[in-house]
Design a protein around this ligand. Structure first.
Ligand SMILES: Nc1ncnc2c1ncn2[C@@H]1O[C@H](COP(=O)(O)OP(=O)(O)O)[C@@H](O)[C@H]1O
Ligand SMILES: [Mg+2]
Length: 148
């Protein structure tokens, strides 16, 4: 499955998020791909809301991982400051990506920095910034996702 759409403002991103959130349940791993400022954290913020948490979602740029409690645990990673799978393993992140142990849902920004760490991906959401407010969203599922 691959769905692509243009969205023209944050409100439309929120509509996308509300619809997509209905597909999200543990144990799931969802990757977010896109340049700085494309809207990965903004999308996670909206998803966290629809997954039942009123947490103040901010970028885990320095903490690397933020955890929220919604209908289930939500793990929000930002791998921007990591440069290898080995570094991620050194801080214990590999534990989260073992689907047989995962009790919640992982959202991962900058997964391309930790290639090889995550094998079982459920969805990949790619965000391309077309202009200040417009984004192209590409949602890919499962096995198709690991190939793109
Ligand atoms: N349609 C849109 N979708 C997502 N973000 C948007 C959109 N239009 C404007 N923005 C703005 O773009 C910025 C995205 O920043 P952020 O979510 O932190 O990006 P990233 O996590 O990808 O670095 C925010 O300031 C957000 O308000
Ligand atoms: Mg971000």
């Amino acid at each position: 499955m691959k769905i692509q759409m243009d969205i023209y403002n944050i409100k439309q991103l929120d509509y996308f998020s509300r619809a997509f959130s209905k597909l999200v349940k543990p144990p799931m791993i969802i990757l977010l791909i896109g340049d700085l400022g494309s809207g990965k954290t903004t999308l996670v913020k909206s998803l966290v809301k629809y997954l039942g948490s009123d947490a103040d979602v901010t970028s885990p740029t320095f903490t690397l991982l933020n955890e929220y409690e919604g209908k289930f645990p939500i793990y929000h990673f930002d791998m921007y400051r990591l440069s290898s799978m080995e570094e991620a393993v050194a801080v214990g992140f590999d534990e989260y990506f073992d689907k047989s142990k995962l009790d919640g849902v992982c959202f991962v920004e900058w997964p391309e920095n930790v290639k090889g760490l995550i094998s079982a991906v459920d969805y990949v959401i790619k965000i391309d910034k077309l202009d200040d407010n417009t984004r192209k969203i590409t949602l890919t599922e499962g096995k198709d996702a690991s190939r793109s």
